[in-house]
Design a protein around this ligand. Structure first.
Ligand SMILES: Nc1ncnc2c1ncn2[C@@H]1O[C@H](COP(=O)(O)OP(=O)(O)OP(=O)(O)O)[C@@H](O)[C@H]1O
Ligand SMILES: [Mg+2]
Length: 283
């Protein structure tokens, strides 16, 4: 469980990026985070990753305060071109963080090969990152995070710079991995459709300095499909609601998620639970 209370961060120049942000994320949830550009999403992820020390508030992971980079954490940044080492092969890029986990070199390489296979790159392991397309490089970054088997995965606009088809494939890969590994995932995205499509829950942040503006459970069937899910009335409703909220609107009173019967969907394991009641932000 990740518990964030009153998180505040002012950069050294005095710019306040976060202002009293409260957020609790239960284990195994896939939480989408959206908000206006520059509102503080990356700052929030950097604080959770222990990369910057917030100037106020508290961050707790599984009951312990976050004081440095947590052990069981992996991060996927938007800019894959700067996150892979050009002088290492793809396999060694993926295997490198595993040193922290111990084990022999052969074991680390085997784990890397397995992760590369899971992202659909079984043949790329001996190539160098610069020999791959942008989408393939981003798959390598994701494979590196997965090979580490984190309990918490932070992703900052991970699919921002790939083409539409690759983006859909990566979204489905993320859902598949989330189902299989049951890790907690925080995904920052600018794409409102994506936030709803992959999320168990969508949190909308305020314009800078960031706070939680709205917290929306995504009551869609757990198994998602690019064509079918996006055609569901509940998907269309959620997308419109999140879009309105990102533009600064308030949550419409009584706009409760549809029941399973209304959306004609299935329910079952993995169905999101409304951990926090939806809240209306200060606007
Ligand atoms: N290292 C820094 N020093 C000073 N100010 C910063 C620094 N990093 C970010 N900021 C400022 O803090 C605010 C929040 O930035 P942040 O990168 O967290 O926003 P974001 O929501 O991730 O934006 P985007 O959607 O464009 O990625 C911005 O006004 C930004 O200019
Ligand atoms: Mg950002």
């Amino acid at each position: 469980m990740l518990r964030i209370t009153g998180l505040t961060h002012s950069y050294s120049g005095g710019h306040k990026a976060l202002d009293g942000l409260d957020l609790t994320v239960p284990d195994g949830q896939l939480l989408s985070i959206v908000g206006p550009s520059g509102c503080g999403k990356s700052t929030l992820l950097r604080c959770i990753a222990g990369l910057i020390r917030p100037t106020g508030g508290a961050l707790e992971l599984d009951g312990a305060p976050v004081t440095g980079v947590p052990d069981d954490l992996a991060v996927v940044f938007q800019d894959y071109s700067r996150s892979l080492f050009p002088w290492l092969t793809v396999r060694d890029n993926v295997a490198m963080p595993l040193r922290r986990r111990g084990g022999s070199r052969a074991e680390r390489r085997a784990a890397a090969e397995e992760a590369l296979e899971s992202v659909g790159l079984p043949d790329a392991s001996r190539q160098y990152p610069w020999q791959l397309s942008g989408g393939m490089q981003q798959r390598v970054s994701i494979a590196r995070a997965l090979a580490y088997r984190p309990s918490l995965l932070l992703m900052d606009e991970p699919f921002g710079s790939v083409d539409a088809q690759t983006r859909e494939d990566l979204e489905d890969l993320l859902l598949q991995v989330h189902r299989a590994a049951k890790m907690t995932i925080l995904l920052v995205t600018h794409d409102i459709d994506e936030s709803v499509y992959v999320g168990d829950r969508v949190v909308v942040l305020n314009r800078s300095p960031a706070r939680v503006h709205a917290d929306i459970p995504v009551a869609l069937p757990a198994v998602r499909d690019q064509i079918e899910t996006r055609g569901l009335p509940e998907f269309v409703r959620l997308r419109a609601e999140v879009g309105r909220l990102v533009r600064g609107g308030a949550r419409i009173p009584g706009a409760a998620p549809a029941t399973a019967a209304q959306r004609g969907g299935t329910s079952g394991a993995g169905e999101p639970e409304a951990d926090n009641p939806p809240e209306t932000g200060p606007g």
